[in-house]
Design a protein around this ligand. Sequence first.
Ligand code: GLU
Length: 489
Amino acid sequence: MTVPVRVRFAPSPTGKVHAGNIHTAIFDYLWARHTGGTFILRIEDTDVERKEAGAVEHMMEALKWLGLDWDEGPGVGGPYGPYYQSQRLPLYKAAAEKLVADGHAYYCFCSTERLEAMHQQQEANKQLTGYDRACRNLTAEECKAKESQGIKSVVRFKVPLEGQMTIHDLIYGDISFDYKNIDDFVMLKSDGYPTYHLANVVDDTAMKITHVIRGEEWISSTPRHLLMYQAFGYTPPQYIHMAMIVGADRAKLSKRRGAISILEYRDMGYLSEALFNFLVLIGWSLDDKTEIMTRQQIIEKFSLERMGRTAAAFNQDKLDWMNGVYIRNLPFDDLADRLLPFLDRYLPPEVKRPLDAVYVKEITPLIKERIITLKEAAAYADFFFLDNLTHDAAKFVDKKTDAATALKALKSAEEKLSALDDFNRDQLETTLRSLAETLGIKAGQLFNVLRVAATARDATPPLFETMAALGQDRCLQRIKSAIAVLSKN
Ligand code: GLU
């Protein structure tokens, strides 16, 4: 019988979560959902100095927005909690003491000053920096004596002095490490907090994690973890290290290098479905052509075999393209619901609030072809909402149409359109096509002039639908104001 998959996303709350961090959460989630396993969220908040207020909340909001709902963890509980490492300190202390008692670890009383001087010396001698094991062979009495003098200690792991260890990674295969390059690392700090290594191993064991999925930057920590598993007598999980997402310049994405936080994408009007699909494809592919896939399809088809070994670049153009596709594929009602808050936030202040949700639904089909993000809709479609537009006389004139023709066209259109008793799309089209004929100009010329009058823009949605949505009064008023502007010149 195979053991059910249990995977965890284990972020350290040290800042806002960006694509690089959330990427591993996505693959944890996919592996859990694909196998019918469990996806756990564990907060690795043991680095007191780097902890940032609000970071956990931000992280959870980002996970929820992307639909990465966790089965165990903060907020939902579970049988292996607490899921904050800062609430599990006694476990780590007991584990460290056990390894000391079993001869796999030792107390180290070296002062920070001594360690710093040692590092400097090592650097000056161009040696590998690392602990020189000064305390490795202290006797129990020597330790007691130091303790009674009030000297603080850390617990270090006794790494074998020679030999090799090979880790097996499901993506990268076998990777060997020489023990001589691994120093006796700290497991428990003098303030009683564990280091990442100890807490990680203790919790992955306690939480029965079957697969550790994490960024490739943790590969070099893995031999330390495996040494601890051996020393504790625990069975290690399987390892899946993931190629790191890089920027267009192929340099690492990082909080410091301006990586955008996940919630900023939300606030810029990217759809979470699109961002999810996009981020999945940075680390995995179904084949060499399929791009747009629903979450359900991805979950069904997901496989570890097709995860990439090389760092994929974050391609903003592709994300924009994908977001546009997702926007166009959304049912109108759904899109309108999502547009509403963005229009509300970004339309100019003179537009009356609350916005008319029915009207937003009506115009949604007219703008969805042209926007890449939800936020853009406000700037693109403001003319649907403004009472008064400012017309620019120059916009009515082009190679085919001079100002006098434009003016004449507008005046005739005003007359014809005010006589219409039903201002619907088809009526508008019939009326305006026959008007162009009467005027002896191309339909396109007339439409352009009216488009500018109705919207004060060059590029706009389909003319008749737009005019119908604006309504007769507003269209006539805009045509009048365009006539006034053109008459002045
Ligand atoms: N807390 C680590 C991080 O911030 C977790 C790494 C791991 O998954 O083991 O990424």
